[in-house]
Each structure stands twice: as C-alpha cells, then as structure tokens.
Design a protein around this ligand. Sequence first.
Ligand code: DLL
Length: 430
Amino acid sequence: MFWDQKIETIERTALEALQLMRLQATVSRVACKVPRYQQKLADCGTKPSDIRSLADVQRLPFTSNSDLRDAYPAGLLAIAPDEVLRLHTSSGTTGKPKALFFSANDVNNAAELVARCLVMTGVTRRDVLQNMMTYGLFTGALVMHYGAEKVGCLVIPAGPGNSEKQLLLMQDFRTTIVHVTPSYALYLADFMEKKGVDPRKDLALRKAFVGAEPYTEETRRKIEEALGIDVYNSYGMSEMNGPGVAFECEHKCGMHLWEDNYLLEIVDPQTGKPLPDGQTGELVLTTLCREAMPLLRYRTRDITSIIPGPCPCGRTHRRLHRITGRTDDMLIVRGVNIYPQQIERVLMSLPSVGRNYQIVLEGLDEMTINVELAEAGFDGHVEHLTRLQSEITDRLRAEILTKPKVHLVPPGTLPVSEGKAKRVIDSRSL
Ligand code: DLL
C-alpha cells in the first residue's frame, strides 16, 4: 500500500535529478536569507552556482548541533517571522535548546511524510492510533498526530504515562496502533502483565511505531512477543521535522529514508569524509524541502549505514540500518569505548532479564549495571540469582571488553521516565 506511489517508487535517475534541483534551491535560499550560512559558505569558498551535481554537496559546510545552539533563538530562520506557523524545540539536551521553525508548507510536508510512513505499514482510516509521545515542544507527538489525521485514522492524543488511563483508552476505543518510545512500550507490557490483561485477547492492538530513542532488535522482539503485535522502527529528529524521516515498511528490513526530502550521506565521524553504501558511519542530512529553517549537511551524530540493494516493497528510497548509537553517547570506561546499545543487546537476549535496566558510572570509573529481573526469573532461590548474575557479567564482559558490576533488582523497581529513557547515570569523579 502506498500513500504517494509515484514519488515513493520514483526511478533513481529521476529522484537524483529532483534532489539536485532541490539542493540548488536550498543552497540559494540560505545563501540569500541566512547570514550565518552566507558566512559559512564564504568560509569554505562555495557559491550556490558551484553546486552542479549531487557530489558537489561535499563542497558545502557541515552544520553541527552547536551551530543550532549558537543561533538560538532565530539565527537560522530563512523566512519572514510572520510566515512562521509553528515552533518546536529539541528535547532533553543540556545547555541551550535548539529552536526549530516550520512554515505552513513545512507543517503540511511533515504530515505528508508521516502519512507515507504509516500507509507503508498498512495503516488505513479504520485504524485507531493512540499517541503516547509527549505533546508540546517535542516534535514526536504533534508531527505524528497531523500525519495520522491526514491518513484519516482516529487519533487519541493520550501523551505518555498514566498507564491505567492508557489501558482504559485502549480497551474502550479499540486502539489498533500505539506510537511509543521503546522504554515505555516495555513498561506498558509489564503493566498489562501485572493487571492480568492479555493484549492478544483483551485488546485490538496490532502495531506499534517505536522510536525517538535507540533500541535493539532484541528489544523489538521483546515488545512484539509481550504485546503480540508488529513493531516498526520509526526514526526522525526535530531538526528534520521530527518523526517521519525514515521508517520501516512491511518487510521490516531497514528504514526507508525519504530521499526526495533529505539528501543522505554517511561520513566517517572523525574525518567527515564520505563512506560508501554498506559502511557504518555518521548520518549527515541536508533538508531539500524545508522553507523556514533549511539545514545543510547536518551532523546527526547517529551511527548507521545504508543497506545496499532494492527492497522487495518496490520503494526506491534507500534504507537505513537501525541506529546503533550516537557519536556522542559513546561511553569511555577504563579506556574502553562502549555504546549503551551493546549492553542492551546482551540483556534483552536473556529471558530471565526483565524490561528495564540502568547503567551507573561512578567513582573512579566504576560501572554498575542495575538489571530488572523478569517476573518468571525471580524464584527466590539465591543460587539461581548468583548463577544468573555471573552469566550476565560474563556475557557483558565478552561484549564490552570490560567487567561491569551487575546488580539484580526485582521487577518494576527501576525508575521509568515518561519521555526518553535515561539509561545512563554518569557521576564519575574523573
Ligand atoms: O526523537 C523525533 C522522533 C519522535 C522520532 C518520535 C521518532 C519517533 P529529537 O528529540 O530531536 O526527535 O531526537 C532525535 O533521537 O538523532 C536519534 O539519536 C534518536 N532517535 C530518534 N528515533 C530513533 C530511532 C525525535 N528509531 C534523536 N532509533 C535522533 C534510534 C532514534 N534513535
């Protein structure tokens, strides 16, 4: 099923011609409207007329997280202030926030892209989507909301948390889809288990769109098994409209990134040099359609790769591999580089492990991992717990090459956040 079959299955040569035209227009727009970009372009000696092919994107300057912070509140605005229709800010980062502006066309376009994503997983107007992302300055809820309304679903703006109420809404309005973070999805599954609700029998739930934070294939499986549904990976970021940048189709083998809207590069995070399809590096995106706040070569810090080859669904937009971490959430513990996802992968593959964990770094580089047990994994026998603890420790050591302290805790005892999960507590005195 397609929302916009023509553009979703456009031939690569036509797609690339469209990208070039839009790239040229974007570069001209920022060169003319945004003094900061005028300066950046001048610094690297590039004029809009130098962009003659897609490969010329490399002549453009990168835009970083700190460029956006420095430009706060409106230093990167490319339209007149009275043409701005909506403001979002980035969520959860320290220091100054990033302000993201939308024109009327940007708002509509963001919803179009989300509509493509939803229909690609089989959503129709008969679906009921319960949106458990945070409504407000975060793009996660509103952008999904508008997209789902475009498709014609009944959208329930539930927001996150209040699981009792979530369950009631799901039961009373026969929710078929939830839009949720992975951590909250796991929490909900636990909550239902405690309440004696069997989602397969008692609910109409069929799918979950899960994103806004990194998670592993093992976590996907855990959510799918616990809730008896299909989980589709949903990727996006506020700087690129929010959700709807890349999404899995029914084959669930990588996320199609809408290349008519975003020019995609994978670069070596250290050197910034481009990497070929299939190689892992940092995702860099250039907006091709944004009016209010176009961004050139935005360093997302997300680590991924392009999955080479065509997808059986017939869409020609290339697929991204699941995000395996960020260049900046990498932890260095006793000199070893560790991504929290490595730890999650190990934990979520063990049936006796529950659905929540926490990585605590303290003192002079001490790493403790608090691990919730699964209900079934908690039989009160000390020797079983000791065995499980050493098994987890050994597996983690094999994965992250350093030995963490593993602390087992009863199910449901670790804090659950309503928005993005805070898995790492770093209070080292290094
Ligand atoms: O999290 C937008 C969003 C909302 C996407 C809802 C999907 C669903 P930000 O708050 O700006 O925007 O955070 C963007 O979150 O650079 C990634 O590091 C991370 N992220 C988002 N989706 C995924 C995903 C929204 N599916 C940052 N897998 C991004 C891994 C993700 N990481």
